[in-house]
Design a protein around this ligand. Structure first.
Ligand code: ATP
Ligand code: MG
Length: 571
């Protein structure tokens, strides 16, 4: 079978031209005005789970900009939460970014590499009188923070001396103080209308080993303190993040201004990706994995990068999807069909066509000699002759799709029924003359005759048939397991119901496993990177985890059409 590996092309191209959005406009202007000579962006995942399609949007933006503006994008692990992070997640994330087609080159960073420097900056803040050690516990801090309409109260520890703060912070660092007994807080403004500015916690005691620094530290910096300083130390010019960080921006700026840092990256927010019938939170995805609702992070129903990869999505289709949805400021929902269309569009162009029968029904061609076998010529792609042809064996016994036969068909059913004639794709016209049933009355086999004059699927007398169906020679068929997928959730917004847990909306029919599917023999040599269109059935991809050499398992990547759109139209 022709190799279609080029789908995994890692050149980071997309189908469209150069993308345009408000962030790229800002960057182009900053380069033009000379504000920056070179742009540096970063993708900053926390290694506490696998990446999902939402992250792909951020990756395509940050690394995409680097490619378009001849600049650099850093991959930085934001690893300040040791209890939830691991090197396995780090490796999975690196693998996913690479697979998507992006490369950070030598620009791989970890916030944990900055722990010494971050500690130093915290000491500097204390010396400037802008940070203090506070002994209120988490509940007390929350209670004293105030609300949107009421100012907060100042901590009784707010005005302790610099010297005392330095001693206490050092004790925190040396593990002399118990976890939860105190924190370091920035001294900003307890009356600020922005609650995040009301003396936020910037360091806490966590006596937990870190996957990279081991037991060296028992205090860890908080996100808001770490992120801006990491950006600054790396010389990031544009720190792109999702809209929910808009309120964190004043704090981001405050830390850098308070320390009077030589570089001050500009934080710009854009709308995060939301897709209907799916969830996009790592915490909830982890629940599905941990509680066994899915087979793992890479379950083909999950919108994780690894799930989409296992299902058969191509990197190009995901990059194209990110380009189509674009970058904006307004929060919005993207229809799942847009993602499915992206992979259909890519595969429609590239995937070789083959025949595979998902729910087989045996056909015996009674006037075809038992010992005869011939090969018919089939096209690998209807629109790309360069993809060539292949030989498909044809014999007396075949399988067709059970749904292509009806014992008592209505008039508009153009496939097989008693006395009816159809075309077998690339082969002959056949007419059904007998139906064999088991003792329960189920049809188990049908008997047909073929017209030897219709070789290649055309009748010399010009007679027409309305239906053309696919088939596989029984003697040569490759038996396979096929997994059909549907959306993981039954409602558009599974995690927005205030009364119900999102798991209550899991779709019980999201996975259908078909055993004993019959595929044409060319699929015996299916390479692990080949994606196929099974004619009339959709696009399929070999499941690398579940397949054995004597038991191939194929995932359906997508149906041929957006069946959901069809259902919506019918309503
Ligand atoms: P989650 O909400 O799934 O837990 P997160 O934001 O905590 O994700 P991070 O690892 O911190 O996960 O994310 C890394 C980067 O990816 C951040 O810059 C974040 O803004 C971006 N990102 C995360 N989710 C989305 C999304 N749905 N759309 C666009 N960007 C996203
Ligand atoms: Mg985050």
């Amino acid at each position: 079978m022709e190799n279609n590996k080029y789908n995994d092309d890692n050149s980071a191209r997309t189908a469209g031209g150069k993308p345009q959005d408000f962030i790229r406009t800002i960057i182009a202007e900053d380069l033009k005005s000379g504000k920056h000579k070179q742009v540096i962006t970063r993708f900053p995942p926390e290694p506490n789970g696998f990446l999902h399609i939402g992250h792909a949007k951020s990756i395509c933006l940050n690394f995409g900009i680097a490619g378009e503006f001849n600049s650099v994008c850093h991959l930085r692990f934001d690893d300040t939460n040791p209890g939830k992070e691991s090197t396995d997640y780090v490796e999975a994330i690196k693998n996913d970014v690479h697979w998507l087609g992006f490369d950070w080159g030598e620009h791989l960073f970890y916030a944990s590499d900055y722990f010494d420097k971050l500690y130093g900056y915290a000491v500097q803040l204390i010396k400037l009188g802008k940070a203090y050690v506070c002994h209120l516990n988490a509940d007390e801090i929350r209670e004293q923070r105030g609300t949107l309409t009421e100012p907060g109260q100042e901590s009784p520890y707010r005005d302790r001396s610099v010297a005392e703060n330095l001693v206490l912070f050092e004790q925190m660092k040396h593990g002399e103080l118990a976890e939860g007994s105190c924190v370091l807080r920035a001294k900003i403004d307890m009356t600020s209308p922005n609650i995040l500015m009301r003396d936020p916690v910037i360091y806490r005691i966590l006596k937990t080993s870190h996957h990279r620094t081991g037991d060296k530290w028992c205090i860890y910096p908080m996100y808001d303190f770490t992120h801006c300083l990491s950006d600054m130390m790396e010389g990031i010019t544009h720190s792109l993040c999702t809209l929910e960080f808009e309120n964190n921006r004043p704090l981001y700026d405050w830390v850098l201004d308070a320390l009077n840092t030589p570089c001050h990256p500009q934080q710009i927010e854009f709308a995060r990706l939301n897709i209907n019938y799916a969830i996009m939170s790592k915490r909830k995805l982890l629940q599905l994995v941990d509680e066994g609702y899915v087979s793992g992070w890479n379950d083909p129903r999950m919108l994780t990068i690894s799930g989409l990869r296992r299902r058969g999505y191509t990197p190009l289709s995901i990059r194209n999807f990110c380009e189509v949805i674009g970058i904006g400021k307004r929060a919005s929902w993207i229809d799942m069909g847009v993602l499915e269309n992206a992979v259909r569009d890519d595969l429609n162009e590239h995937a070789p066509r083959v025949m595979g029968v998902l729910k087989p029904l045996k056909v015996v061609i009674t006037n075809y000699p038992d010992d005869k076998m011939e090969e018919v010529t089939a096209q690998n792609h209807p629109k790309i002759p360069e993809m060539g042809t292949r030989k498909v064996p044809f014999g007396r016994e075949l399988y067709i799709e059970a749904t292509d036969f009806m014992e008592d068909p209505p008039k508009k059913f153009f496939r097989l029924g008693p006395g009816r004639e159809v075309r077998l794709r690339y082969a002959y016209f056949i007419t059904c003359h007998d139906v064999i049933k088991d003792q329960n009355g189920e049809v188990i086999e049908i008997h047909c005759t073929y017209d030897p004059e219709t070789s290649g699927g055309n009748a010399p007398d010009g007679r027409k048939v309305k239906g053309t169906i696919h088939w596989v020679s029984a003697r040569h068929a490759v038996q396979a397991e096929i997994r059909l997928y549907d959306r993981l959730f039954t409602v558009e917004h599974p995690d927005m119901d205030k009364e119900k847990d999102f798991k209550e909306f899991l779709n019980p029919h999201s996975l259908e496993i078909l055993q004993q599917c019959m595929l044409e023999p060319s699929l015996k040599d299916a390479g692990t990177d080949d994606r196929f269109q099974f004619e009339r059935q959709g696009y399929f991809y070999l499941d690398k985890e579940e397949s054995r050499s004597d038991h191939p398992v194929f995932n359906r990547i997508a149906t041929l059409r957006d069946t959901w759109a069809k259902i919506a139209r019918k309503k």
